[in-house]
Design a binder for this molecule. Structure first.
Ligand SMILES: [Zn+2]
Length: 283
């Protein structure tokens, strides 16, 4: 419900005040991105949708977990940042472990950013995420209200950071002390591998600051090219089959870097397609 409200508000904001040029083929983008995410939601959220709540209720009733001795309100408050750290760690692992990257690169294959990108996750990645979060919930042993609040904030954060919305630089600067803003997350979607290995946060920006992976846009930062630099528009079937591509992580990285350096040469430009956002905010 909260996600629907946030999605509606951000959709209006995107329409009225986009931060960067809207990608062409909006209907096709939305259809593909929402379809691939929708399959995941069906099989990993709608069908076993109560998994996290059941894990929380089961652990709590048996006094299992690190927070099981705390009163529910305190345990719920502590659950939110700890579960956010767990999601941050999974995201970081997705950029380091080849078999996780095979799933996660479907998300990074989007060559522009807008609200539809927030849906573009391979179903198996959503499945891995569900199992990982259920393990974290069991380990913590917090109340179900903590799970509900965390999931609502995580989904709202996911929509917000991918939205193509214009935020005054001063507001963005204040917000990103606590939250991951669209401008910060756009750096993570850059075609440059060293940018992809920064700003892993989905909700709180604290974890990237703490683990030295935080990168803010510099004052003279030019347009960012978004995607994997492979100049490919994937169909829904291609996105679903992409994890079967045996291309190892290191080869993907070197391919991306080679293409980026070629397109970054003087007098050349990125191949056709709306893939740029502008990081205009000073530090
Ligand atoms: Zn990522």
């Amino acid at each position: 419900m909260i996600s629907l409200v946030v999605l509606s508000l951000l959709s209006v904001w995107e329409a009225l005040a986009p931060d960067h040029r809207r990608p062409t083929g909006v209907l096709r983008r939305w259809t593909r991105n929402v379809a691939v995410g929708g399959i995941g939601i069906l099989f990993t959220h709608a069908i076993p949708g109560a998994t996290l709540l059941a894990a929380s209720a089961w652990g709590r009733s048996r006094g299992i977990g690190l927070l099981s001795g705390l009163p529910s309100p305190w345990a719920a408050v502590l659950m939110v940042p700890v579960l956010d750290l767990a999601v941050w760690a999974q995201h970081r692992a997705s950029h380091s472990w080849p078999w996780l990257w095979r799933l996660h690169r479907v998300h990074h294959g989007d060559r522009a950013l807008d609200l539809s990108t927030a849906f573009r996750f391979h179903p198996m990645e959503l499945g891995v995420s569900l199992v990982w979060k259920a393990f974290a919930v069991l380990l913590l042993g917090g109340p179900t209200i903590g799970v509900l609040v965390f999931e609502a904030l995580l989904q709202a954060g996911n929509l917000f950071e991918h939205a193509n919305i214009r935020l005054p630089a001063s507001v963005d600067q204040i917000l990103r002390w606590v939250l991951v803003t669209p401008r910060i997350h756009a750096i993570h979607h850059s075609v440059h591998v060293h940018d992809q290995r920064s700003n892993y946060g989905f909700f709180l920006s604290a974890w990237d600051r703490m683990f030295c992976t935080y990168r803010a846009p510099s004052a003279d930062e030019g347009p960012l090219a978004i995607g994997l630099g492979d100049n490919q528009e994937h169909s829904l079937l291609a996105m679903l089959l992409q994890p079967l591509d045996p291309q190892p992580l290191e080869r993907t990285r070197s391919l991306t870097d080679a293409r980026v350096s070629r397109f970054s040469s003087p007098g050349t430009s990125l191949p056709e397609g709306p893939r740029t956002v502008t990081a205009r905010a000073p530090l």
